[in-house]
Ligand binder design. Structure first.
Ligand code: IPD
Ligand code: CA
Ligand code: CA
Length: 263
């Protein structure tokens, strides 16, 4: 699929730059956005510009929805060909982390449906790619979700996000936290979602993600055999508000929904 090739080429083009900048952060321009811990670096901006330029060169009429530079507006026509870019997901980890867990996320949607997506982890060199109906690849090999069927042995990623959604996260995910074998919170949606796709994790929960955060990762997890829904079990709508995002290996989905909806 030509869109997947473009995603792969974009990763190859920007990854060396991101690795270089991560290795030498002295003097890097860093500012904050909505709140003090919501960061923006010059690398986020440069990656987004480079990826968007490659997309526009290949598909001049396609829409681009991206996290930075005021490109967050959803398409007026939900059926348009649209790309979703998160230039650095996990910017906090990019700026400050012993184990730098961040990734570049690019997805392509048509008729509001995810068609292609990829996530690159520049530091480890891991690349995940998926096409609808074509399965998911991790470094060129087919990847599948886990077969874990019991919450007591499961590993669930509960992504607590920024301060404004902490209480909501506790309210909705508190029961999961208490009933799950292990949990993680890496604060990089791409990592949580790709971990479900690779079978390293059994589910990922977030109360309020934006489409550029989850688009590629959600397709990857689905194509790896997983299931996704909002907190009521309804399908995720890419360009509408969703009440939460739950992505799982499928086996644990209904049980996790029951916990989320525990009063
Ligand atoms: C953030 C990460 C984090 C999630 C936040 C996102 P950013 O994206 O995906 O895991 O909890 O809601 O905003 O700001 O690092 O691109
Ligand atoms: Ca993000
Ligand atoms: Ca980002």
């Amino acid at each position: 699929m030509i869109e997947i090739e473009l995603i792969e080429n974009a990763f190859a083009a920007v990854t060396p730059y991101v690795r270089e900048r991560h290795a030498d952060k002295a003097g890097m321009e860093i500012s904050s956005k909505d709140h003090a811990t919501d960061l923006l670096t010059e690398v986020d901006l440069e990656v987004q510009r480079r990826v968007a330029a490659m997309i526009t060169e290949a598909f001049p009429h396609d829409l681009i929805v991206a996290e930075e530079e005021g490109r967050t507006r959803y398409p007026d026509d939900p059926n348009a060909r649209a790309w979703l870019i998160d230039p650095i997901d996990g910017t906090q980890n990019f700026v400050r982390s012993l184990l730098p867990e961040f990734g570049i996320s690019i997805a392509f949607a048509q008729d509001g449906l995810l068609v292609a997506g990829g996530v690159s982890f520049p530091i480890t060199g891991d690349v995940f790619l998926a096409g609808r109906g074509a399965g998911a690849l991790h470094n060129g090999c087919t990847t599948r979700v886990s077969d874990v069927r019991s919450l007591t042995t499961a590993r669930v990623e509960i992504d607590f996000g920024g301060p404004s959604i902490r209480q909501r996260t506790l309210d909705r995910a508190g029961s999961i936290l208490l009933h799950t074998g292990q949990f993680r919170c890496h604060c990089a949606a791409v990592l949580g979602l790709c971990s479900v796709a690779s079978g390293d994790s059994d589910a990922y929960v977030h109360v309020a993600l934006s489409p550029w955060d989850y688009a590629a990762g959600l397709l990857l997890a689905e194509e790896a055999g997983g299931r996704s829904s909002d907190f009521h079990g309804n399908p995720i709508h890419l360009f509408r508000e969703n009440d939460g995002i739950l992505v799982s290996n499928g086996h644990l989905h209904d049980e996790l929904l029951a916990h989320i909806n525990t009063k």
